[in-house]
Design a protein around this ligand. Structure first.
Ligand SMILES: CC/C=C\C/C=C\C/C=C\C/C=C\C/C=C\C/C=C\CCC(=O)SCCNC(=O)CCNC(=O)[C@H](O)C(C)(C)COP(=O)(O)OP(=O)(O)OC[C@H]1O[C@@H](n2cnc3c(N)ncnc32)[C@H](O)[C@@H]1OP(=O)(O)O
Ligand SMILES: CCCCCCCCCCCCCCCC(=O)OC[C@@H](O)COP(=O)(O)O
Length: 377
């Protein structure tokens, strides 16, 4: 093991990375808060500023994946569709099997220049995650409670807001609604059976309402659906803790561009269209399991330096004062101040632990663990 690899496993390094993330993230959140009056004066400018501020936070996680862990991301897609990526508004549909799938999604956003504007239909609980959740508020992320009676109005309203968004965006939907577990899979396949739908091997049965309401509200704004299927080489199950410890993974993403015009307008037909899409996705996953690759040619997509440069900028800005403070502490600090500093370190590492915990499947919600009543329209 090289020295660098040894360093990457050290707790102190993790603490420093998280310190930069935490302090810069709080500064960015504060700047975002300062843009509040601007929303009333010039909404489009406020949005553009918040995209860039949000980028300062999310790209740190991308830098962690691309530059710290060295994870490689390979894109399988049709070369004719490729030039459109990042140059149009799109709804992205992704399987939800991995703890870092959102991070791989962000990496692709970064490579196509839409990281700052990337959107997702996220569970409401994530709105309260410090830094990321707060940043999302200013990025006009669509939150749902996964209770259709409550979501149908709020989700449609948030989607309507995106209709005059000033920059190209990708709107991510994990239609399965929750991460894949064996138990959730078994239950959702019982639902599939009761609805007379074919069983899926690698996916949960998709929840169709969020997709249909998205298509309804973003028709005319979004031009395509990017049907994306993610998998990792060597049957790896990547984790954010692994990434933080410098473990290198290899992600493969298969993307099909489907013009939005070919998605039916009628709700029942739209739902049936989505079920059929998931049956096809299941075939691609099965193919990957058998052959270790997706169909279609590979597009070479090198990582960009911007995420790393952004991290270096914030590191210089916030680590400088920390080093000065620590030196002062060593020279003049009483036992009490040294103990207080230790307590701060422990609090910071507790915060890391809690935030990373949000990504862990073994701490996933119980959503999908029991059959919701059928026909809850
Ligand atoms: C070129 C490169 C391309 C791509 C790059 C890839 C990606 C990059 C893109 C963007 C990146 C952006 C951001 C990423 C960063 C971070 C994201 C991180 C995390 C956020 C993700 C989440 O939080 S996921 C959870 C929240 N989201 C969702 O749930 C969305 C999907 N859900 C829905 O659509 C739901 O319908 C709903 C939420 C709108 C409403 O929920 P509710 O529970 O009320 O659902 P339903 O009404 O749909 O449920 C009842 C129907 O479901 C049937 N049923 C009952 N039990 C089950 C069961 N166990 N399993 C399946 N189905 C079940 C029931 O029969 C009802 O059926 P109907 O036929 O009546 O609908
Ligand atoms: C650069 C330093 C990085 C330090 C680590 C910071 C960690 C912050 C991570 C917080 C990001 C949280 C995003 C989690 C997304 C996610 O995976 O949500 C799951 C939901 O879809 C479904 O939830 P569930 O029903 O529970 O499966």
């Amino acid at each position: 093991m090289g020295l660098l690899q040894l360093l990457k496993g050290q707790f102190l390094c993790h603490l420093l990375i998280f310190y930069v993330f935490l302090v810069s993230g709080l500064l960015v959140n504060l700047l975002q808060l300062c843009t509040l009056p601007l929303w009333a004066l010039n909404r489009q400018l406020a949005r553009r500023i918040n995209c860039r501020l949000g980028y300062c936070i999310s790209s740190q996680m991308v830098a962690l994946l691309e530059w710290w862990s060295g994870t490689e991301c390979t894109l399988y897609t049709d070369p004719e569709s490729y030039p459109r990526y990042g140059k149009e508004n799109a709804i992205v549909i992704l399987n939800h099997n991995f703890e870092i799938d959102f991070l791989c999604g962000w990496t692709f956003c970064e490579r196509f220049g839409v990281l700052g504007t990337s959107k997702v239909m996220a569970k409401k609980e994530l709105a309260y995650v410090p830094l990321i959740g707060w940043m999302w508020y200013f990025q006009e992320i669509v939150f749902c409670k996964r209770k259709w009676e409550e979501d149908r109005r709020t989700v449609a309203k948030s989607l309507q807001n995106l209709r005059d968004y000033p920059e190209n965006f990708w709107f991510l939907l994990f239609c399965e609604g929750t991460r894949f577990t064996e138990k959730k899979h078994k239950i959702s396949m019982e639902v599939a059976e009761s609805k007379g739908l074919p069983k899926l091997k690698h996916h949960l049965l998709p929840r169709t309402k969020g997709f249909c309401v998205t298509v309804q509200n973003l028709r005319g704004t979004v031009t395509a659906v990017y049907d994306s299927t993610l998998n990792f080489r060597n049957k790896e199950t990547p984790t954010l803790r692994g990434v933080l410890s410098g473990k290198k993974y290899h992600a493969d993403l298969y993307v099909r561009r489907i013009p939005l015009d070919s998605v039916p307008e009628d709700e029942a037909e739209c739902a049936a269209w989505l079920h059929k899409l998931y049956q096809e996705k299941d075939t691609f996953q099965e193919g990957y399991t058998q052959t270790g690759r997706f169909p279609g040619p590979v597009v070479n997509l090198p990582r960009q330096p911007w995420a790393l440069l952004n991290w270096l900028f914030w590191a210089v800005l916030v680590l400088g004062p920390l080093i000065l403070l620590l030196l002062q502490l060593l020279q003049t600090g009483s036992t009490l101040t040294v103990l207080c500093s230790l307590a701060v370190c422990i609090a910071v590492s507790g915060a890391v632990h809690w935030m990373i915990g949000q990504t862990e499947i073994n701490r996933a919600s119980s959503y999908g663990n029991k059959q919701a009543p059928l026909n809850n329209n």
